[in-house]
Write a protein that binds this ligand. Structure first.
Ligand SMILES: NC(=O)c1ccc[n+]([C@@H]2O[C@H](COP(=O)([O-])OP(=O)(O)OC[C@H]3O[C@@H](n4cnc5c(N)ncnc54)[C@H](O)[C@@H]3O)[C@@H](O)[C@H]2O)c1
Ligand SMILES: N[C@@H](CCC=O)C(=O)O
Length: 543
């Protein structure tokens, strides 16, 4: 029996550990890092709760020590991908019908497993497999992942409580059904939390999911899948299929029962997928919901009334934390000429202090970039700037992939507000600065707004309230997450719902009720307690 209107435990943001020297948390994390560094994990494809090994095996390596293998994982091929769709569809009815409080409990328990006994495990996997420092990993794999689950349950509950009015003798009920078929989730490498949220958000809303993680984050994503299983997720609800993106597009994306697509990754991948869906539109049984958060070219704009030291901190942390591999990373900046010498001195001083290396050494501020293609792409931008007459590299500019994919934090100054590195997403530790004349404020704001195809995050720095209001208004379309006197990174679930528009995505705001509402197909049910027998209208008796 399950009678009762149950209250969801009120979520709060998961507090973070500091990992300061001498703390217990540092000791246990270091022990787990050692254990995982000495282990090679075998990662299967997981379909309908079955562990499946395939003939196609790939490796997970440490980006900061690329000869060190952390795991071997099976790659799902066409057969496994088709099986995953069938498994999801077979699990659909019982999952959709599971009483809400039980569905919710599974994800709440998973959040507690992450923030409790598995914290070191998922943090270590993220540090080693994605080359994230302990500080950045804690924000991602422990705090944000647990927050996504706990707040996701709360958002679903808020949606379920949204009910229509009912008049005399009528009861109107809104039933929040899952989508008609299954949801395909494809996740990026850079946030373990995003990897976990993309399949979980639709599943919390009662959907079944085929989840393709990025090949470079398979290790942490696999541990998350195991945590869901331990929390009691029924077989087939989420099917874990590391695979080639192009094959998932061919086999799963085009399946007529694909009714939702939950994506985070690059703009070009999302556009390719959107095009595939468009070309296939006649074959689907419903109109697939497409939710995608994609690339960014995120800015920091300093007004002449800004405080230079605050701008420096925002630039250095915003651009170089996690090697600039955040979609929100500060990658272009606009500094007034009157402040430039002070900002330049600060940026050079602070950047020179940043240590780059193995993330197991907690003194390092940065690890390696994710893999060889990323290394080659990022360094090609640095080489381009080095060869250009419109640019000068004032810090960093060097790189070395002999042991790990290391790129030094690099600062470019350009005389062209539309220079290549001011307009294209680089996704690495490269910041480009344009110094504007103080009397060129309006033209420079136009450049901020129009230089790139993206509109994800942006930060302004100013002390003067009139200036703040002006910049906020002038840049209203330039960022979905807009920061005043703060860096453009580090959004927190339930505090700064995340997402951008233009080329940056559908702006469905990850970590909010807006995202969760995309995963339901509501049905209105009207019940009449006193059905009428009348047919004629009352005024028909007389002319
Ligand atoms: N806006 C956001 O919230 C947000 C958050 C994180 C990352 N990002 C963006 O993600 C990008 C970095 O992540 P990435 O390198 O993993 O992105 P990516 O687009 O290369 O890959 C993302 C996922 O898509 C898969 N994929 C690639 N091609 C595919 C295809 N043709 N069909 C189906 N799947 C395909 C990949 O295997 C991976 O799982 C950056 O552009 C960054 O800005 C955006
Ligand atoms: N939500 C994260 C960015 C996610 C993209 O990589 C932030 O706000 O920094």
């Amino acid at each position: 029996m399950s009678n009762g209107v149950f209250n969801i435990p009120t979520p709060t943001n998961e507090p973070g550990n500091t990992y300061a020297p001498g703390t217990k948390e540092r000791e246990t994390l270091k022990a787990e890092l050692k254990r995982q560094s000495e282990t090679v994990v075998d990662i299967p494809v997981i379909i309908n709760g079955e562990n499946i090994k395939t003939d196609s095996v790939k490796q997970v390596v440490m980006p900061h020590d690329h000869q060190h293998v952390l795991a071997n994982f099976s790659l799902a091929g066409e057969k496994e991908l088709r099986d995953a769709v069938e498994a999801a569809m077979a699990a659909k009815e019982s999952w959709a019908n599971m009483p809400w409080q039980h569905r919710a409990s599974i994800f709440l328990k998973a959040a507690d497993l992450i923030s409790g006994p598995y914290r070191d495990v998922i943090n270590s996997a993220t540090m080693l497999g994605q080359s994230k420092t302990a500080y950045q990993t804690e924000i991602d794999a422990a705090q944000e992942l647990a927050d996504f689950l706990r707040f996701g349950v709360d958002y679903a509950n808020q949606i379920y409580q949204m009910q229509p009015d009912s008049m005399k003798n009528i009861w109107n009920r809104l039933e929040y059904r899952p989508l008609d078929g299954f949801v395909l989730a494809i996740s990026p490498f850079n946030f373990t939390a995003i990897g976990g949220n993309l399949p979980s958000a639709p599943a919390i809303m009662g959907n079944v999911v085929v989840w393709k993680p990025a090949s470079t984050s398979v290790l942490s994503n696999y541990y998350f899948m195991r945590i869901l299983e331990e929390a009691g997720l029924p077989k087939g609800v989420i099917n874990f299929v590391p695979s080639r993106g192009s094959q998932v597009s061919e086999v799963v994306l085009t399946d007529p029962r694909m009714s939702g697509f939950h994506f985070t990754g690059s703009t070009s991948t999302f556009q390719t997928i959107w095009k595939n869906v468009g070309e296939n539109i006649m074959n689907y049984k419903s109109y697939p919901r497409l939710v995608g958060e994609t690339g960014g070219k995120d800015f920091v704009f300093a007004h002449e009334t800004a405080q230079a030291d605050k701008v420096v901190a925002a630039l250095v942390r915003g651009a170089f934390e996690y090697q600039g591999q955040k979609c929100s990373a500060a990658s272009r900046a606009y500094i007034p000429a009157s402040m430039w010498e002070e900002v330049k001195a600060g940026v050079l001083e602070e950047t020179a202090k940043l240590k780059v290396g193995d993330v197991r050494d907690f003194r390092n501020f940065m690890g390696a970039v994710i893999d060889k293609p990323a290394f080659d792409s990022i360094t090609s931008y640095i080489d381009y700037a080095a060869d250009s007459e419109e640019a000068e590299i004032i810090a960093g500019g060097t790189y070395d992939d002999s042991v790990g994919y290391f790129v030094q934090p690099t600062v470019i100054v350009t005389t062209n507000p539309n220079f290549k590195t001011m307009t294209e997403e680089i996704f690495g530790p490269v910041l480009t600065i344009y110094v504007y004349e103080n009397d060129q404020l309006e033209d420079t704001l136009t450049a901020v707004d129009t230089a790139s195809m993206y509109a994800l995050t942006g930060a302004i720095f100013a002390q003067d309230r009139e200036a703040i209001m002006h910049l906020e208004r002038r840049l209203s379309g330039a960022a979905g997450n807009f920061y005043i006197n703060d860096k453009p990174t580090g959004a927190v679930i339930n505090q700064q719902p995340f997402g951008g528009s233009r080329g940056s995505g559908t702006n469905d705001k990850a970590g909010s009720v807006f995202n969760m509402i995309r995963w339901t197909s509501p049905r209105i049910i009207k019940e009449n307690f006193a059905p009428t027998t009348e047919i004629a209208y009352p005024f028909m008796d007389e002319e």
